[in-house]
Ligand binder design. Structure first.
Ligand code: NDP
Length: 312
């Protein structure tokens, strides 16, 4: 049993390595930049990423702006389609069909959530699988589950890259994924299986979650519940990847302050874990970096180019 928990934690010095997601994401972007330059120089190809934004969700606006900036920074083309919140499903399908046929577009991303009149599943499955850089379509989901291939969803891919950098040999490690969403939990399970981890998946009906956590060498929290995973749930020395992004109002000397917190009680967990991602600055920055990486992968696949061969 771990010797420390939230109560006991205060006297215990931090022992975990803090995994710097910003630095890791900068590394992924630098690699993508090199590949984009090589694609242009050797093949005359500039990868293009098209983002569709429907409505005026404030958080989506920020994500789309960041995606545009980072896409341009790595030398790729960025296309944006902005549609009114009243857009019909048929209209949106028309835009996707146009982008599917556009040879300058290698990746298509429809920013979620969509307005209520539109069925997300229909839209995602309308994106050509080779351009589905979010990897959410049923074809890419099936390819990952059945063959370990296809376009891999960006957040789980980012988690895997962090794990490979910081988790040593993943073979045979006991991994617990808390959360079973289609965009994070389930693809994460598939990726860990592909790495030969022994994988358990937990969700809102899981009994004795704390005990499940205590068995895990690798703990992935993708829940959306602020600081739900406590310090004394963590196996000493475990690697903890906190996917959660939760807004919370916390007291400060200057009054309540809005902060981002993860699904893990970081201050307690950092005293028990071997390595841990912070929130913010952990998994978050990896998501867009992996989107850019997927866009290069898509461009290479379309033209029959090995992305690995571009880096040298
Ligand atoms: P979902 O709401 O789609 O899924 C949450 C999962 O957590 C569900 O499987 C749910 O179980 C499970 N869950 C909820 N409550 C509990 C509980 N008390 N005990 C155990 N399991 C529970 O969320 P997402 O997967 O989309 O996102 C998860 C978190 O990750 C969010 O905070 C989100 O903001 C963040 N996120 C961060 C990204 C990044 O770039 N860093 C990208 C995407 C998401 P059940 O299936 O039974 O309902």
């Amino acid at each position: 049993m771990p010797e420390s928990g939230p109560g006991a934690a205060s006297g215990t010095p931090p022992r975990a390595r803090i995994i710097d997601g910003r630095a890791a994401a900068a590394g992924v972007r630098a690699e993508v930049s090199r590949q984009v330059a090589a694609l242009a120089a050797r093949h005359g190809i500039t990868p293009g990423l098209a983002v569709i934004l429907v409505g005026d969700n404030a958080a989506s606006e920020i994500y789309v702006r960041n995606k545009r900036r980072q896409t341009r920074e790595v030398g790729m083309r960025s296309f944006e389609t902005r549609l009114a919140a009243s857009t019909s499903q048929a209209e949106l399908l028309g835009h996707i069909a146009r982008l599917n046929d556009d040879a300058t577009v290698h990746g298509i991303l429809v920013q979620l959530p969509l307005p209520r009149q539109i069925d997300e599943r229909v839209i995602i499955d309308a994106i050509a699988p080779g351009k589905d850089v979010d990897g959410f379509s049923v074809i890419n989901t099936g390819l990952l589950a059945a063959r370990g291939t296809g376009m891999i969803p960006c957040t789980p891919l980012g988690c895997l890259l962090l794990l490979k950098q910081h988790g040593g040999d993943l073979n045979g490690q006991r991994a617990l994924v808390v959360g079973r969403s289609n965009i994070v939990g389930k693809p994460m399970v598939q990726l860990l299986l592909r790495e030969n981890c022994t994988v358990t998946v937990a969700h809102s009906r899981t009994r004795e979650l704390a005990d499940e956590c205590r068995r895990a060498d690798i703990l992935i929290a993708a829940i959306g519940r602020p600081q739900m995973i406590k310090g004394d749930w963590i196996r000493p020395g475990a690697i903890v990847i906190d996917v959660g992004i939760n807004r919370q109002s916390l007291p400060s000397p200057a009054g309540p302050r809005e902060m981002l917190v993860g699904d893990v009680d970081f201050d307690a967990a950092v005293r028990v874990a071997g390595a841990i991602t912070p929130v913010p600055g952990g998994v978050g920055p990896m998501t867009i970096a992996c989107l850019l990486r997927n866009t290069v992968t898509a461009a290479c696949a379309r033209h029959g180019i090995d992305p690995g061969g571009l880096s040298g």
